[in-house]
Design a protein around this ligand. Structure first.
Ligand SMILES: [Cu+2]
Length: 179
């Protein structure tokens, strides 16, 4: 009887571990599960290597939180050249990968509208424009009522703030966002 009981406890523990592993695996492939957060961090890749730029020594982290069918996305940038303090830069989630020296590789903005041509706005795309402070740091938050699908994606930082039509000038740097 004791041995049977011990066996049952072991089995339950094993099941609990298996469940934990399954949840961790699900979190790695999709943020669509309520309360799941994906974190991406690292040095920014240079998309304009021909000239020195304000993000050449900067790093960033992106937190992508899926809650139900909505997402909250937080971008933190640090190490920006303080010569550009108070300036606002455009930043967006792009559908393609972050490849140093290759701005076009990031592709277009990730767009959720599902129509051609896409409806472009801060509700159909994840826009993360930020203003650099006196210490070379910046942060921004976007909230959308949908969840981006997994893939090799990136956050691209542009030279200008984002215009109403979604344009923001040349691509300066990017952060890989792949899950
Ligand atoms: Cu962009």
């Amino acid at each position: 009887m004791n041995r049977s009981g011990a066996s049952l406890v072991w089995r339950r523990t094993g099941l609990a571990l298996a469940c934990t592993a399954a949840v961790a695996a699900a979190a790695a492939v999709t943020p669509a599960v309520a309360g799941v957060a994906n974190l991406f961090r690292g040095d920014l890749a240079d998309l304009a290597p021909a000239a020195a730029g304000p993000f050449d020594h900067a790093s960033a982290q992106l937190v992508l939180v899926g809650h139900g069918s909505a997402s909250t996305v937080v971008l933190l940038v640090k190490g920006v050249d303080t010569a550009v303090a108070t300036r606002t830069f455009g930043a967006h989630l792009h559908s393609g990968p972050c490849v140093a020296g290759n701005g076009p590789a990031a592709g277009p903005h990730y767009n959720h509208s599902g129509v051609v041509p896409p409806v472009v706005s801060d509700a159909t795309e994840i826009w993360l424009d930020f203003t650099v402070d006196d210490d070379g740091n910046a942060q921004s938050v976007s909230h959308v009522d949908w969840v981006p699908t997994a893939g090799q994606r990136s956050v691209v930082i542009h030279q200008d703030r984002t215009a109403a039509n979604g344009t923001a000038g040349p691509r300066l740097a990017c952060l890989p966002v792949e899950w």
